[in-house]
Design a protein around this ligand. Structure first.
Ligand code: SAM
Length: 288
């Protein structure tokens, strides 16, 4: 017969066993350190959206608010949802520090936005966020469900096999990482037109209401070099951290590091000591 203490231990072990790997991946690092390079492009994306003060917006996979803060600064009433607790906390700290009272961050999973009522938002924005959730058909369905009829969904998604920076970082990193579990759907499929159309069509959106265009994001820093930027990726960016750990076990850590630094230097357009690295992404707009 089990004692009460052993029952408690069993329950704790069971809870630990059901760790969500998607959540663990993003809580493992500290994406705020990478996001520091993304602020200007986040502001540019928001500026292009024509935000009006009466607008209610969801930023899904918002991180610490690279696009959520500019949305709120432009006057929108904003909810940021992210799976990583540390990033939600960082977002709420940034909102308070900037006096943005119509901006709240909360934990949630893009695959299942339980607790978020239907038809809540005029704009659902997800810039390199929802693409990382593991069930893309559920994600599309949830984004459509919570967006008001007549509202907009806007996604920024990296593109597989694109020659520009992020796609190449992920490609190099995956070459050093063990293969993903069976049934894993690559986040990069969110950068492929046929997949995007299929996912939103299944969520009830006709193809003519889905548009896609390639756009450019910039990773920028006035004083950090491309090599500094790679150091941050290796220490704070979950997917790269996993690649570094796997490479270390195989004695290939230096090989991975030099490939990443070479990549960052080759893509750097800054004329001085800093970093200015462009990366192409797929900008998806869905009229709900
Ligand atoms: C590359 S970061 C981008 C963050 C932010 N959008 C930005 O531009 O700075 C990816 C974000 O997606 C979040 N994310 C990953 N899977 C998620 C899921 N299933 N539901 C909600 N957020 C998720 C991560 O925690 C992380 O903050």
């Amino acid at each position: 017969m089990q004692t009460r203490a052993s029952e408690t231990n069993t329950a704790a072990a069971a809870a630990a066993a059901v760790v969500n790997p998607n959540k663990a991946l993003w809580e493992k690092g500290d994406f705020t350190r990478i996001a520091g390079f993304m602020r200007e492009s986040g502001e540019a994306v928001v500026k292009s959206l024509g935000i009006t003060p009466d607008l209610r917006a969801l930023d899904l996979g918002c991180g610490d608010g690279t696009t959520a803060l500019p949305l709120a600064s432009a006057g929108a009433d904003v909810l940021g949802i992210d799976i990583a607790r540390n990033l939600v906390e960082a977002g709420n700290r940034r909102a308070a520090a900037n006096g943005l009272h119509r901006l709240k961050f909360q934990e949630g999973d893009a695959c299942d936005l339980r607790g978020v009522p239907d038809d809540s938002f005029d704009l659902t924005l997800s810039v390199f966020g929802a693409m990382f959730a593991p069930k893309p058909f559920d994600v599309a369905r949830e984004m459509v469900r919570v967006t008001k009829p007549g509202g907009r969904i806007v996604m920024g998604n990296w593109i597989p096999d694109d020659p520009t920076f992020v796609s190449q970082v992920l490609k190099v990193s995956s070459a050093f990482t063990p293969p993903p579990p069976e049934g894993f759907i690559s986040p990069m499929t969110w950068g492929v037109e046929s997949h995007i159309t299929e996912r939103f069509s299944r969520a009830g959106v006709p193809a003519e209401k889905i548009s896609m265009v390639k756009d450019t994001y910039y990773f920028a820093s006035a004083d950090k070099t491309p090599a500094d930027f790679i150091d941050l990726f290796e220490v704070y960016y979950g997917p790269t951290m996993n690649a570094v750990e796997a490479a270390r076990k195989n004695g290939k850590e230096h090989e991975l590091h030099s490939q990443l630094v070479e990549l960052a230097n080759a893509h750097n357009k800054s004329g001085n000591v800093g970093t200015l690295i462009p990366a192409t992404f797929m900008r998806v707009t869905v009229q709900a």
